[in-house]
Design a protein around this ligand. Structure first.
Ligand code: ASP
Length: 440
């Protein structure tokens, strides 16, 4: 019998009713033995996530706005009281909240404060399921640089060996200073992945409010196809380009152990969801493209120089310029006498673009250097592309027919993706054109 880890996101913990649904899902399968939870999220679009309220509390405490702090803390109290009422069980929310308030007011810190949504959600889920609550500080450790300490897997494995079933709060662990430390936002997904890896789960189920990973952003294409299966590598490519169902770092712990992830919908548990696996099992003839994602606001710096290819260290000198300013590049397409650097606009504010150009002129004395600002990168991702002749021809024909000018092309060496650069305002049209070609 396998062992499954279920992680429930914020919308699956947002009120008493949905928590009861989540508990029903867990109980429906005896293999679902470990549960990781997020803090209660939004119940409706204008709602405020508990984690956001907690960050607000922390800011108000830090700036000495104590009346505002009390006001915000009261909102958190009301959220948890309502949940307690909704599940129909006394889970001592009042006492827990009093303790938390006192800890914050005695300077427990920002991460402690932010983590309490998960802590309380964990206590609630443990009570509803009738299984032990195991605090994340007992399992997950951070190193002196604030990154995940890889000993966490062994620590978590030995602690959880004492619990055939448990509920663990997501999003935090213990820092080297002995205080609570959180992951970046959305980091509950990473906690779930760590628990899955520690117990060598047969499956890591990530329960959320969508029925899987869509082939592209549903705000751009209406009702896009839900992807049944994608590889870790395809997921990395798509999440890096902005498709965010899972925290982009959450695949690392499970990927090294080959544990599959299933994205499932708490609100439609009967839907199959998306499986994220190590190796591709689909027929590449049927699944050429897995997904399309786009990201805006990049700048291309193009450099031309005759005989660039025979000038030893040319690219190194160009890269040394961006390195000196702490800038990393996104892509580096090149030709015989040309190279282009694709940089995120976020790095290029306050005259940085002009500085880089001046320094590059000095470093490599180019024949020509010019920029193309405000471009969007659109990635078409799929293992099937490597085996299907004519895929890029179809893609570029579709873009030509939609009258979209392609500014830059880059193809990853694994033939897993084709990235095109288009003007920012053509990003959505570009995604729609590619979707039509490969999915309609
Ligand atoms: N509650 C945290 C957040 O809102 C972490 C999570 O939900 O995974 O970012």
């Amino acid at each position: 019998m396998g062992v499954k880890v279920c992680k429930f996101g914020g919308t699956s913990m947002a009120d008493g009713n949905i928590i009861l649904t989540a508990a029903k899902i867990v109980k429906a399968d005896p293999e679902r033995r470990y549960v990781v939870v997020s803090a209660p999220g939004k119940r409706f679009s204008d709602d405020i996530k508990v984690t956001d309220l907690l960050y607000k509390c922390s800011d108000e405490y830090e700036t000495g706005e104590l009346a505002a702090f009390e006001n915000t803390f009261e909102k958190i109290r009301v959220r948890f009281f309502n949940i307690e009422k909704g599940i129909g069980k006394d889970v001592r929310m009042s006492e827990e909240l009093d303790k938390i308030r006192a800890e914050i007011l005695s300077g427990a810190g920002r991460d402690y404060c932010a983590s309490r949504g998960e802590y309380l959600a964990g206590k609630i889920m443990a009570a509803v399921l009738g299984v032990p609550f195991v605090d994340a500080t007992e399992l997950i450790r951070f190193d002196e640089h604030g990154a995940l300490d890889n000993h966490s897997f062994d620590i978590a494995a030995s602690v959880l060996a004492n619990y055939p079933k448990a509920v663990v709060p997501g999003f935090y662990g213990l820092g080297v200073d002995g205080k609570v430390k959180t992951f970046s936002r959305g980091g509950g997904d990473i906690s779930g992945s760590i628990v899955a890896r520690a117990i060598m789960a047969s499956l890591y189920e990530n329960w959320t409010d969508v029925s899987g990973f869509y082939a592209c952003d549903p705000r751009i294409v209406r009702s896009p196809k839900c992807i049944e299966e994608l590889t870790y590598q395809e997921l990395r490519e798509l999440s890096y380009m902005g498709a965010n169902v899972l925290h982009s770092e959450s695949i690392f712990p499970v990927r090294s152990a080959g544990i599959p992830i299933r994205i499932a919908n708490t609100f439609r548990p009967e839907d199959a969801g998306t499986y994220i696996v190590k190796t591709f099992t689909r027929d590449p003839k049927e699944y050429i493209v897995t997904g399309i994602a786009g990201k805006k606001d990049f700048t291309v710096i193009s450099i031309e120089k005759s005989m660039m290819n025979s000038e030893v260290g040319f690219v190194g000198r160009v890269l040394a310029v961006i390195q000196k300013h702490g800038i990393s590049f996104e892509h580096l397409p090149s030709g015989i006498d040309t190279m282009s650097l694709v940089l995120d606009n976020a790095y290029l504010k306050n005259g940085m673009l002009e500085t880089l150009i001046e320094e590059m002129k000095e470093a490599v004395n180019p024949d020509k250097i010019y920029t193309h600002e405000n471009i969007a990168l659109v990635a078409t991702v799929g293992h099937g592309m490597a085996n299907n002749i004519g895929t890029s021809a179809r893609l570029f024909k579709a873009l030509a027919e939609a009258n979209i000018n392609v500014i830059m092309i880059d193809q990853g060496s694994s033939e897993l993706n084709i990235i095109v650069g288009v003007d920012n305002d053509k990003c959505e049209e570009c995604i729609r054109a590619i979707y039509r070609e490969f999915f309609n």
